[in-house]
Design a protein around this ligand. Structure first.
Ligand code: NAD
Ligand code: GLY
Length: 376
């Protein structure tokens, strides 16, 4: 279980005193803190200097986030006496590739980064996965920290150490489990996030309610406006709850041998939809579609009551998330992606099926006919 230290320190932001929550992902000697709060970006330099993670820091960021926050973070590190260089790559899922990974590694080598230096992944899930895998593989592994800037990355991808890139055959097919040394979640940066990207993150947020926490699901049902408009208490509670669940699951099963699989609810169909759309459907939207499809399969199996299924569909619609596989997507292609999903075991496609709000089972016995029925 993660050690939840709650509000661990107070710090000054101008004249305002803001709260910061610290959680721990408990993995023995590889345990690390997750800091959540408003204005944390400006505190990262001091914390990194105290932790002494690297001699120099490579801030890796996509083009959009580099423009918004890259120089600021570089300055924050400089103010703490740390040397930092900014490395930007084109924004978008297409950059989560072996080509961009190789380009970044060459740039780091060109600037003389060595194994005593460290990487700061500043951005959304694409940046975290790509920069995390760069850290895992550059000079056979150098330390890294996560500074997630999308809701999706703050509630999911920055915690837990899954890193990697896509190949034409599928998402995240080349990568490594490689844990960061710390995660810094600044809720203020969500202010600049386009609404579509915020909604994509909310799909993963709802996922946590369905797989683990009925009370949180109820909170999400009754706080739609507060969450969408980023009311500080609502968004802080949302991120903290998700990170607490994720930290607990990862601490129990780091390498996805058993319980961690529940985090993939919505992702089996979701990844296939995302791939078949050539990534024009963003990850969170694809997961929302996948959650509905996988809940329907659970109903067909007699595992989920139609009433509970209706609650899942209703909350996703209330947040304006998509719930149907778009008609224009080639069903054959979706099935092909399902067959190459890396979650498959000995040729069987694994599905996480909800049995109630807050509970799931893992199933390898979903039939082709059931898959066809939800892809109609
Ligand atoms: P993303 O990283 O592409 O970010 C979405 C868009 O938002 C980008 O255009 C980015 O430039 C922009 N952006 C980011 N932060 C911003 C900010 N604060 N203000 C303005 N614009 C901002 O996408 P994402 O949705 O964050 O992540 C999706 C990726 O995460 C997928 O590749 C998915 O596979 C991966 N993922 C990984 C895990 C994991 O455990 N490692 C979990 C879930 C998802
Ligand atoms: N997002 C799924 C996992 O981290 O396991």
């Amino acid at each position: 279980m993660p050690r939840l230290r709650g509000i661990s320190l107070f710090f000054a932001r101008g004249s305002v005193v803001a709260e910061m929550v610290e959680l721990t992902v408990g993995l023995d000697e590889r345990s690390y803190p997750v800091f959540i709060g408003a204005g944390i970006l400006d505190r990262i330099g001091a914390d990194l200097a105290r932790r002494n993670i690297g001699n120099r820091y490579a801030i890796v960021s996509d083009s959009t986030v580099a423009r918004l926050y890259g120089r600021r973070l570089q300055q924050v590190l400089a103010n703490a006496g740390l040397l930092a260089e900014l490395f930007a790559f084109p924004a978008g899922e297409e950059s989560k590739s072996l080509t961009v990974l190789g380009d970044l590694a060459s740039q780091l080598a060109g600037k003389g980064f060595d194994r005593y230096d460290a990487i700061v992944a500043l951005g959304g899930g694409v940046t975290g996965d790509l920069a995390g895998f760069l850290a895992a593989s550059y000079m056979r592994g150098i330390p890294f920290v996560q500074v997630p800037t999308t809701l999706l990355a703050q509630v999911d991808s920055s915690v837990g150490g899954k890193t990697g890139v896509d190949i034409p055959q599928g998402k995240n097919m080349v990568g490594a489990f490689y844990q960061p040394k710390a995660v810094y979640i600044d809720t203020d940066v969500l202010q600049s996030l386009p609404p579509r990207e915020l909604l994509g993150g909310i799909a993963e947020v709802i996922k946590y309610g369905v797989i683990r926490d009925p009370d949180f699901f109820t909170f999400l049902e009754s706080n739609i406006d507060n969450i969408i408009s980023l009311v500080p208490e609502a968004i802080a509670r949302t991120i903290e709850t998700c990170c607490r669940i994720k930290a607990a699951v990862v601490a129990e099963d780091e390498k996805e041998g058993h319980v961690r699989r529940i985090l993939n609810y919505g992702h089996t169909i979701g990844h296939a939809v995302e791939g078949a759309s050539q990534y024009s459907i963003i990850h969170g939207f694809a997961v929302a579609i996948g959650m509905v499809a996988e809940a329907k399969i659970a109903v067909m199996h007699g595992l989920l009551a139609p009433r509970e299924n209706a609650k899942i569909v209703h909350i996703l619609k209330s947040y304006d998330l998509p719930t149907e596989v778009p008609e224009n997507l080639d069903r054959k292609e979706i099935r092909q992606y399902l067959l190459t999903d890396k979650k498959n075991v000995s040729g069987s496609i694994l599905f996480v099926l909800p049995t109630a709000i807050g509970e799931t089972v893992i199933s390898d016995s979903v039939t082709d006919a059931q898959i066809d029925a939800v892809l109609l």
